[in-house]
Design a protein around this ligand. Structure first.
Ligand code: AMP
Ligand code: ZN
Length: 476
């Protein structure tokens, strides 16, 4: 089934096809973290969403080249470096490491490339030089280089592709130096910021004078370097549509003369009591905050994946408790299936033809994802499968092969959801040895010894059960 996704560029749900539909390869760029602090779970909603998109593409047979930059120089970072009297690399390094640890804890596949802005200064300068040479960027009296929106539009290019911008009210000639600004201030934005005393040691030489790059040009330079002048897919949170992504489009098209990105995807915000979770409002939790309260990365991942990416989602601690119990239902079912599929001493039976749950499960799940990542329908298919499988397990009507098929279906589905299933408790060698000794004692009709071993196992925290398929060890 064709994968359909909303494209912010066309403001419609459309079939996703890469630039070269024959190659089955997708270049995907997701704006990465600004490493000035720990990421909050609002940020994580966007990165988990990017991971879902990547996994869905891979599930659909594409080979994805996933690039996520690390913004390690911009206004907020420089301010904190100054306040903390430290160096740029030392300061950003700690938050980059924490970010990558959290990425793992949340079960996200690691991006194939994680370019740092500070390691792409030559590429950034070269891109700015191209913009100056093409007449769409200029050096201002303050020594900084700005992108000229008028000149860009004068070349027949559209500024305002992702959002409808009221360009008639545009204050022509106005300039904005800071990396973040509001829609009301559509203005020429900084590509290269001339060195000022507040920058401390954070500056690089350039043909325009000493200074540092603006945030927007960093992403244009890194994405073009990693994926080419035109690539398939670009993602980020909805707040990045303007100005960040609009400016990325303008810089890239302005420099190369070619379209920048075929398909734009934006994730909606995570809210707290109706307001965007953000550092500035102070209404945020980091993953570490939630883990300190006893939650796990997979519970947070599950919760972040319960809402459709184009809908805002209110975060609550109750929601997190719900995630834990939902995952518990999946874990229990998968654990029983593992037992049923791996019971020793029984010849594998063939699948019973009337057990259609795995095939239906995969078909429903895949149809839900293809429908613009309809995650509610995808989870509904998971819990319908859990219900059906539990019924079969309870009536002992699953053969070993049925159970193995069901597990294989779950593994496929989980290759997208990435919540895994808790591994069954490993049985220590000492316990296994005792269990074997008990089996031997029973065989020799030494029931006194076999009962004593049963008690010993119990004292060590294990229950042994005799089933028609052999013994079963359960942790108390
Ligand atoms: P930053 O580290 O500030 O550059 O943000 C990293 C990503 O998190 C960007 O894609 C933002 O759009 C996204 N983001 C920030 N706040 C939220 C939020 N409350 N909900 C979802 N995504 C967010
Ligand atoms: Zn970006």
């Amino acid at each position: 089934m064709a994968l359909k996704l909303f494209n912010t560029l066309t403001r419609s749900v459309q079939e996703f096809t890469p630039l070269n539909p024959q190659s089955k390869k997708v270049g995907m760029y997701c704006c990465g973290p600004t490493v000035y602090d720990f990421a909050h779970i609002g940020n994580w909603r966007t990165f988990v969403f990017a991971d879902l998109v990547r996994r869905t593409l891979e599930f659909s047979g594409y080979t994805v080249q996933h690039v996520m930059n690390i913004t390690d120089v911009e206004d907020k970072i420089i301010k904190r470096v100054r306040e903390n009297k430290t160096t740029l690399r030392e300061f950003t390094g700690q938050f980059e490491t924490a970010f990558l640890d959290d990425l793992k804890a949340l079960g996200c596949r690691e991006p194939h490339q994680k370019p740092r802005a500070t390691e792409h200064i030559p590429e950034i300068i070269a891109l700015i030089e191209k913009l100056v040479a093409r007449g769409v960027a200029y050096k201002a009296a303050d020594g900084s280089v700005y992108f000229s929106i008028d000149k860009y539009r004068g070349c027949g290019c559209t500024y305002g592709q992702l959002l409808k911008l009221n360009l008639d009210e545009m204050r022509t000639g106005e300039r904005v130096a800071s990396d973040e600004y509001e829609k009301e201030s559509i203005a020429d934005f900084a590509l290269w910021k001339a060195r000022v005393p507040d920058d401390g040691d954070v500056f690089w030489p350039s043909p325009f004078g000493e200074g540092r790059p603006g945030w927007h040009i960093e992403c244009s330079a890194m994405s073009i370097k990693a994926l080419g002048e035109t690539f398939d897919l670009h993602l980020g949170g909805e707040d990045l549509k303007f100005p960040h992504h609009e400016d990325e489009i303008a810089q890239s098209k302005g420099a190369t003369g070619r379209p920048f990105v075929k398909h734009w995807l934006h994730g909606s915000h995570l809210l707290v009591e109706g307001k965007k979770m953000s550092k500035s409002l102070g209404n945020y939790f980091t993953l570490r905050d939630l883990m300190a309260k006893g939650s796990t990365g997979r519970e947070v991942r599950y919760l972040l994946l319960t809402a459709h990416y184009r809908e805002t989602f209110n975060f609550t601690l109750d929601g997190l408790a719900g995630a834990k119990s939902a995952l518990g239902r999946i874990d229990e079912c998968v654990s029983k299936l593992r037992e049923a599929s791996g019971a020793p001493g029984t010849a594998p039976a063939s699948s019973s033809s009337e057990f259609t749950a795995p095939a239906k499960f995969l078909a429903d799940f895949s149809a839900a994802l293809s429908d613009d990542l309809n995650i509610s329908a995808a989870w509904a298919s998971v819990f319908e499968w859990v219900h059906e499988t539990n019924k079969r397990l309870a009536s002992s009507s699953l053969s070993i092969a049925d159970a193995a098929d069901a597990l294989a279906a779950w593994d496929k589905v989980d290759s997208v959801l990435g919540v895994g299933a808790k591994a069954d408790a490993e049985v220590p060698a000492e316990i296994l040895a005792l269990a074997e000794e008990r089996t031997a004692a029973k065989k020799a009709k030494d029931f006194k010894r076999s009962d004593a071993i049963r008690d010993e196992l119990k004292a060590k925290g294990w229950i042994i059960e005799d089933t028609p398929k052999g013994i079963k060890l359960k942790k108390i």
